[in-house]
Each structure stands twice: as structure tokens, then as C-alpha cells.
Design a protein around this ligand. Structure first.
Ligand code: CA
Length: 227
């Protein structure tokens, strides 16, 4: 497992490297936001530990730039900024976790392990609900054993709904997690509704059992209803 530390405080960077290496991680260190961004976008890593106050390009900028580029490596923010709005901003920008300095090393390790566990697909590459089946590796979808052809966006939308099956997801969640739209005020609701309608036409309308349901005023849910 390779971890990239983006941290300009020399002492802390060294201590982190030592601790993580002792725990069998392979560690690289970047001392500026620019170097960090470069390493994160050119070399494979399993996790990034990101400081926010950095020379050249601050951590939040690095994170947004990476997410915009489609780099989905999990990011744990490690910072002395500890207000609620700092945390919300960091998580909204696509961080997976947030730990405030000073911190206890065992806690950092526990959080790293939790993030790495989360990243693993739960049951191979197949997602399933009733007779609806998705192969996330092959990017195919079947219902009643027949292949259904979806656009890339419809596929991502369905994958998200399948992973959250049984849970009502709001349009905000879809905007953030499927469209990666973090600017909260971009009106995406119509776009989302149109994609939901297309998806429903393909995966639900030709079939007797309906799986995709609208929950008025809240959002959508993929589930098998018992009648
Ligand atoms: Ca710093």
C-alpha cells in the first residue's frame, strides 16, 4: 500500500513517514502543494495524507484540482484548521476523512485502515437487486438476464443507486456523488430528473416489477417493494 504525504512541516513529515513505514506502508513525501499535485496525478497511490496550509498551492486547491482531473485516490486531510466550516469544506471538496492536529498516531492509523477498507468492492464486481444485475468491471447491466444498454452517466447513476439500495438518495447527493458537482448552487435538478426518467424507461418500464421509486419531496430509492 502506497501513501503520499503532502506536508511542508519537516518534522511532522519525517515522523509520519517513519511511523507509516514501520507499519509496512510505502511512503512518498511532497513538501509543497505543487509537488504533491504532481506526484498524486502521475504516480499510483492508495491514499493521500494532505495538509491544508502549504506553500505555492494550498491543500484545498490541490484536492479540488485532483478531483476535477478525475483522480479518485482517497484523501485524508490532516490540519490544524479545526472549525466546523473547515471540515465541511474539506469533505465537500472530496476528502474522505479529516483529522485535526495535534493527533494521536494510532488514531491516524485506524482512520487510514478504515478508508482503505472502504475502498474495496464488497462482493466482487457484481451488484444486484432482484433480477437487476450490474457487472461494474465489464460495465454491463442485465434485467431478467437480458442486457440493457445504458449511457455512461446512466450507468454511474444506476451504480450509485445500487450501492445505496434501500436508502433514499436526494438530488443533492446525486449532484455531488454522481455528477461531482460541489458548487452547491448549480441547478442540476432538471438534469438529474431527466436521467432518472431515462434510466426508468430502460431498467423498469419494460418489466413488471418496479425497482426505481420516486420519494416525493426527498429523492429516489432503488428497492424491491413488497405488495
Ligand atoms: Ca503546513
Amino acid at each position: 500500500m502506497r501513501i503520499l504525504i503532502i506536508e511542508d512541516e519537516d518534522k511532522l513529515a519525517k515522523a509520519l513517514r517513519k511511523g507509516l513505514e514501520a507499519d509496512q506502508f510505502l511512503v512518498s513525501v511532497a513538501r509543497t502543494g505543487e509537488d504533491g499535485f504532481f506526484l498524486a496525478s502521475t504516480e499510483p497511490h492508495d491514499l493521500i495524507i494532505l495538509d491544508l496550509m502549504l506553500p505555492q498551492r494550498d491543500g484545498m486547491e490541490v484536492l479540488s484540482a485532483l478531483r476535477q482531473k478525475g483522480v479518485s485516490i482517497p484523501v485524508l486531510i490532516l490540519t490544524s484548521r479545526d472549525t466546523v466550516s473547515d471540515r465541511v469544506q474539506g469533505l465537500d471538496a472530496g476528502a474522505d476523512d479529516y483529522l485535526v492536529k495535534p493527533f494521536a498516531f494510532p488514531e491516524l492509523l485506524a482512520r487510514i485502515r478504515a478508508i482503505l477498507r472502504r475502498g474495496k468492492p464488497e462482493s466482487g464486481d457484481k451488484l444486484r437487486l432482484a433480477d437487476l444485475e450490474m457487472d461494474t468491471a465489464g460495465r454491463t447491466v442485465c434485467r431478467e438476464g437480458k442486457e440493457v444498454s445504458l449511457t455512461a452517466r446512466e450507468f454511474n447513476l444506476l451504480e450509485y443507486l445500487l450501492r445505496q439500495q434501500g436508502t433514499v438518495v436526494s438530488r443533492e447527493m446525486l449532484a455531488r456523488d454522481v455528477w461531482q458537482e460541489t458548487a452547491r448552487y448549480t441547478p442540476l435538478d432538471n438534469v438529474i430528473d431527466v436521467h432518472i426518467a431515462h434510466l426508468r424507461r430502460k431498467i423498469d418500464e419494460p418489466f413488471r416489477r418496479k425497482l426505481l421509486h420516486t420519494v416525493r419531496g426527498v429523492g429516489f430509492v432503488l428497492r424491491e417493494e413488497t405488495d
